[in-house]
Design a protein around this ligand. Structure first.
Ligand SMILES: NC(=O)c1ccc[n+]([C@@H]2O[C@H](COP(=O)([O-])OP(=O)(O)OC[C@H]3O[C@@H](n4cnc5c(N)ncnc54)[C@H](OP(=O)(O)O)[C@@H]3O)[C@@H](O)[C@H]2O)c1
Length: 373
């Protein structure tokens, strides 16, 4: 239940029975985050709390219910007075117009329909609604899908491909972190049918925050620092998602060799991509292809010819930096793409999708300059 209360500066506030009991600005979008103790959750909080059109109304955690947000995340002291609440769909629907899910897979799919029926919009950072094909999803995620009726309703939020579909969308599925970098890297080649589609290769490395905020031996400082290794070589869950996006861009099926690695860093993805050109173009032609494809994209930065991207240059920013280099010796094309797995690879891209969905400026809240060194 909400009642309108006067506000001395002419803004109409809404007094809500939601969790905080604080007066609310009716001109702002009321937003909740499910899974706000995790790494993508806190990245969402960082961006949402600085967004001029957003009011954060509810944050959930089962483990931290009742705890103040800023005692879990001291970086948010003075920015938010909320306490965590246990996830409850009715309470979320009452308090929020838009709910972000920053939860492991197989959580949002059990809650989405109820929120949608209550008139909420959803932006899901998990994999629950990324794949169109239910059988493929169930094969890779090892469980049955609880909301298959929503799979073809969800909009896959790679804005560089689906900007028009995101406007006004009810259910938005954010791409995974590796899939964002790999798709952005290959798109110009596949959309223009310039490379073989059966021999694409992606070697990609992610910082350890990509594994979430869970206690695992392999994620300990003493295990991962001064170390570098591949994992899930025989098959990673992002493979079908990447192939789905690349096939749509190519207009034909594709085969990708995808090998992920663990970087001894907290944030960042570096993807080294290889493709076999169908014809011969000069280095300048390849460079122009990328520059033209992304000329109007606010968050894809094609670096000058011969300049190669590095992860620290995009840390906590929503930018994906790309460079393209033809390899004369092997007649292969090499594309390098870097992003922050938690920002363009997750929460930043989710905010970008929100901005498009609600017709805010697409870059709003996402224009910070990276701190270096
Ligand atoms: N990390 C990345 O770089 C990255 C990038 C792109 C996409 N993603 C995806 O984003 C999602 C979140 O990833 P993350 O790295 O932020 O995970 P995380 O650090 O492990 O956090 C998971 C969050 O979900 C909550 N949660 C877990 N099980 C839940 C349940 N059954 N019901 C409600 N809440 C539950 C947890 O809090 P409680 O247990 O206290 O409720 C916690 O706040 C995942 O699906 C991941 O694949 C991650």
């Amino acid at each position: 239940m909400q009642r309108r209360v006067p506000y001395s500066y002419g803004v109409v506030l809404v007094q809500s029975s939601g969790s905080s009991g604080q007066a609310r600005d009716a001109t702002k979008l009321r937003v909740g985050v499910v899974g706000a103790t995790g790494y993508t959750g806190v990245e969402l909080l960082r961006l949402l709390l600085a967004h001029e059109h957003v009011e954060l109304c509810m944050v959930t955690s089962r483990a931290e219910a009742g705890t103040r947000l800023d005692s879990v995340w001291p970086s948010l002291r003075g920015r938010c007075e909320l306490c965590y609440e246990a996830p409850d769909m009715q309470a979320l629907a009452n308090a929020c117009e838009l709910v972000f899910f920053a939860t492991p897979h197989a959580v949002a799919m059990n809650m989405a329909q109820e929120l949608l029926d209550a008139g909420c919009r959803i932006i899901d950072l998990s994999a629950d609604f990324r794949l169109r094909d239910r059988t493929t999803w169930e094969h890779w995620y090892g469980t049955s899908h609880a909301a298959p009726q929503l799979l073809d309703k969800a909009i896959y939020a790679l804005p560089e491909v689906a900007r028009e579909k995101l406007a006004g969308a009810q259910l938005i599925a954010c791409p995974g972190c590796y899939p964002t970098a790999v798709q952005l890297g290959f798109l110009p080649l596949l959309e223009n049918k310039l490379v073989e589609t059966t021999s694409l290769i992606a070697n990609a490395a992610s910082g350890v925050s990509g594994a979430g905020r869970q206690a695992k031996i392999g994620n300990l400082f003493a295990e991962l620092s001064e170390n570098f290794h591949a994992y899930a070589v025989a098959g990673h869950r992002h493979l079908p998602e990447i192939e789905q996006g690349l096939a749509a861009a190519a207009g034909e099926s594709v085969k990708l060799t995808f090998v992920p690695h663990l970087l001894p860093a907290i944030r960042g993805i570096h993807a080294t991509l290889y493709a076999k050109p169908r014809g011969k173009l000069s280095a300048t032609d390849w460079q122009s292809l990328y520059e033209q494809r992304y000329a109007d994209e606010p968050f894809v930065d094609v670096l000058p010819q011969g300049v190669y991207p590095e992860t620290r240059a995009v840390r906590a920013s929503n930018v994906c930096q790309i460079s393209v280099e033809p390899l004369a010796h092997s007649n292969m094309l090499c594309v390098l793409a870097v992003e922050d797995n938690l920002t363009k690879g997750a929460a930043g891209q989710a905010i970008q999708a929100m901005n498009i969905c609600y017709d805010y400026a697409e870059t709003m809240g996402l224009e910070n300059i990276v701190a270096l060194p």
